[in-house]
Design a protein around this ligand. Structure first.
Ligand code: MLT
Length: 235
């Protein structure tokens, strides 16, 4: 198994032109998009459609009139949407279908659409990711760190490194080695690492410390979200 990593949004921009046909992409946007998606699936959401723009979300609801609209711009709920992007908003039953758009997370998921498989990764479902990778043993794994706006996000690289750490027998590219080294530096206190990250500091400064603590939980939910034909379902 070869494990590679995409660490920055600039690299994500060109993913739609890359040959991902042999790769399983695991997308991390720990604060907070992929954490919210995993939380929603864990509480009964059956189908989650990640879209790039607000307009796309509104038109997707035309196809799914029973769907709730979720997501954020600049961290806040979008006017007219039902939910923001706090994972705590997805801890409720009854959210059967969700359409979501976020700054980086949903864009990154879409950018990986041509991959052999696209999985939703977070700290919340880490053991489920490890188990599924061990079971399926793909030739190539691409750990895709969504970042924030145009910047690398420490928490995403940390989570990618945690997944890589579970496969000491794998061949890691330099980018994956960087992620592994970052994880090893912070593995003793992942919550502190998320609070150190820019996203963690910004969320806490905006009264969202609970979101950071929630997203820092490791292997809380034994599920993998799989994106197929534009829709995320429990894998
Ligand atoms: C993102 O998708 O960039 C983040 O999840 C944004 C957020 O949740 O504030």
């Amino acid at each position: 198994m070869i494990i590679d990593a995409i660490l920055t949004p600039a690299e994500i921009d060109v993913l739609p032109q890359a040959d991902l046909s042999a790769s399983v992409c695991v997308v991390f946007d720990v604060l907070r998009a992929t954490s919210s998606i995993i939380t929603g699936l864990a509480h009964g959401a059956e189908e989650i459609r990640p879209v790039v723009s607000i307009e796309e979300a509104l038109s997707a609801r035309a196809q799914w009139p029973d769907a709730v609209l979720g997501g954020e711009r600049f961290g806040d709920r979008i006017d007219g949407f039902d939910l923001g992007n706090s994972p705590l908003e997805y801890c409720r039953a009854g959210l059967r279908r969700i359409v979501t758009t976020t700054t980086n997370g949903t864009v990154t998921l879409q950018a990986c659409a041509s991959a052999r498989e696209v999985w939703v990764g977070a700290l919340l479902n880490m053991q489920a990711l490890v188990d599924r990778l061990r079971q399926s043993g793909p030739e190539r794994v691409l750990l895709v760190c969504a970042g924030t706006f145009r910047e690398l996000a420490l928490e995403d690289v940390l989570a990618a490194g945690m997944l890589a750490a579970a496969f000491p027998e794998a061949t890691l590219t330099d980018a994956a080695q960087v992620a592994l080294a970052l994880y090893r530096q912070h593995q003793a206190n992942l919550c502190a690492a998320l609070e150190l990250a820019k996203n963690g500091r910004v969320l806490r400064a905006h009264g969202r410390a609970e979101d950071v603590a929630w997203c820092a939980q490791v292997s809380r939910f034994p599920i993998v979200g799989v994106l197929r034909d534009g829709v995320i379902r429990r894998g």
